[in-house]
Design a protein around this ligand. Structure first.
Ligand code: HEM
Length: 416
């Protein structure tokens, strides 16, 4: 047995994971003075790793695979069963191309216009409301925008329900009990809805343009030259619309950052592409959203003297890497300017995964996220509002977490 990996004692430490959430891996790395340790989670051995070198090895396709890594409960809520996240090798590469083909510069410009349009329309409404719960509103804006961008018709009567369901799917990923059940029911409903859209696109009832997710998912050919099953196409269509809704979490965090740091808000408002980009990066680095991601060892290998045995579950610490003291100076300070000198390593800043887009599992939606955040947060500097007393605390044990109040603003006035 390899004795060099520090080992956490206990038959199963899932309870500690539930109690410490985002800090479960970082706390143990600090305690063991090691970027790697072994533990037992969900009834099996697991290796947890953190930091830039760990990310580099984790994204080596030769050593790791995704098949069998994502727990069923995550697939039944967040991902959908057997989607792109669970694939490997040539089949993964081919499926990933389907996603990457949607991310052209032209399509990102369209996205930017739709984003601005949707914020403008909503902000006009807010002036007539007593209070705005930002996370809820941003979810609905993201839903409308995501559908429009994906070539999916928006039925105004369904917006609240659908945005709520997509939110519940995200909100369930680290949950047990009612919050998990809610996510499962939400996914079942949303897959029905998405299947109907795929059918309607295939039978010509809707004719979304090429390069939209609705079109491409409906007509994509697998390596076998067959179309995706209706169910699979629905899962992948939701793999576009759901994470767009997830951007509402970062928009809420970004608004909170601007509230906590008025000088930052001023700079975001003054514009300057570079500063806005640094700001968005710092929001994605600083605030907790994706805690970690998982893979399984593809074949036996040793790394830095540590034995990795085929089939072992390995978790890469996303949150902890973004706060790693070896990488970031004063990681617990919110400081957009730190990105001025960021060396753009694909492995040191990994809020949406690391490594490569095409061959690896790095998030296909990173540019979408950055563009939407930039446009949305700039909009939020162009209006006046008040932030009444509320519980804005972020519970690090909850996964995913969020400011408890979901960020309430009042007395919204646009300054035209
Ligand atoms: C994968 C985070 C937004 C589409 C991932 C992964 C993470 C992530 C952590 C997995 C990386 C890994 O396991 O190695 C986020 C966060 C987002 C976001 C925090 C912002 C709220 C988006 C958006 C889209 C998107 C807007 C699409 C428009 C995908 C897809 C994958 C993925 C398709 C699977 C990639 C693969 O398995 O090859 N994302 N994401 N994500 N994301 Fe995102």
């Amino acid at each position: 047995r390899d004795t060099r990996i520090p080992r956490e004692k206990g038959l199963d430490n899932s309870l500690s994971l539930m109690q410490e959430g985002y800090l479960y891996i970082p706390n143990r790395c600090r305690r063991f003075q090691s970027n790697i340790f072994e533990t037992r989670l969900l009834g099996q051995k697991a290796i947890c790793m953190s930091g830039e070198e760990a990310a580099e090895i984790f994204y080596d396709n030769d050593r790791f695979k995704r098949k069998g890594a994502a727990p069923k409960r995550v697939q039944k809520t967040l991902f959908g069963m057997n989607g792109v996240q669970t694939m490997d090798g040539a089949a993964h590469h081919h499926r990933k191309q389907l996603f990457m083909s949607l991310m052209t510069e032209k399509r990102l410009r369209v996205l930017k216009d739709i984003t601005a349009e949707q914020w403008q329309a909503s902000i006009n409404e807010w002036e007539n409301q007593d209070k705005v719960v930002l996370l809820e509103e941003a979810r609905q804006i993201m839903y409308r925008m995501g559908c429009k961008w994906a070539g999916v018709p928006v039925n105004e009567e369904q917006v609240e329900q659908h945005a709520g369901d997509l939110g519940a799917m995200i909100d369930a990923f680290g949950a047990v009990g009612p919050r998990y059940q809610r996510g499962r029911r939400a996914r079942a409903r949303m897959e029905q809805w998405a299947q109907q859209i795929i059918k309607d696109v295939r039978n010509g009832k809707y004719e979304p343009p090429e390069q939209t997710a609705a079109y491409e998912m409906a007509f994509h050919r697998e390596l076998s030259n067959r179309r995706l099953s209706t169910q699979m196409a629905a899962v992948e269509l939701l793999n576009i619309i759901r994470p767009i809704v997830a951007i509402s979490w970062f928009i809420t965090y970004g608004t909170m950052a601007m509230h906590n740091h008025p000088e930052v808000r001023e700079k975001v408002k003054q514009g300057g592409e570079s500063y806005r980009k640094w700001f968005v990066q710092e929001v994605r680095r600083f605030y907790p959203f994706g805690p970690f991601t998982g893979a399984r060892v593809r074949r036996n290998f040793t790394w830095k003297g540590h034995a990795f045995k085929k089939g072992t579950l390995v978790l890469l610490d996303l949150y902890g890497t973004n706060h790693h003291p070896d990488i970031w100076e004063e990681p617990e300070q919110f400081r957009p300017e730190r990105f001025r000198n960021w060396k753009e390593s694909p492995f040191d800043f990994i809020p949406q995964g690391g490594g490569e887009y095409d061959m690896g599992h790095r998030c296909a939606g990173e540019w979408v996220t950055i563009e939407v955040m930039k446009t949305s947060l700039a909009f939020l500097t162009m209006i006046d509002y008040e932030v009444p007393p509320q519980d804005k605390s972020i519970d690090m044990a909850r996964m995913p977490t969020l400011p408890k109040s979901r960020f309430v603003i009042t007395n919204v006035a646009s300054k035209r």
